[in-house]
Write a protein that binds this ligand. Sequence first.
Ligand SMILES: [Zn+2]
Length: 103
Amino acid sequence: MSPRRNYPKNRRPDTPEREISTSNQSFEEHEDGDYIVRKITGSSSTKPYRCPGCDQMIPMATPHTVAWLDGDEDGRRHWHNGCWAKKAHRRPNTERTRNAPRY
Ligand SMILES: [Zn+2]
């Protein structure tokens, strides 16, 4: 289903891909799919977003992470950098049967 994968480690600068021309975009494999991940700087963040990781707002002008499933750019979500990192480090076979930690 998904077209060629473009791993950041093997980025070929002279190969035109469907990727938008951003240098801060990368590709990550997660337990629930393959994600395109883009780091947003504070200056390019012009409106607040709700982070799906913690259900809190990401204020304007805050550096954060935008991620979407490969091939589903319409479904992209905005994450706090820390929340995205936590998602990335989650393992499929741990935490699943335990209660979510309370903060
Ligand atoms: Zn968050």
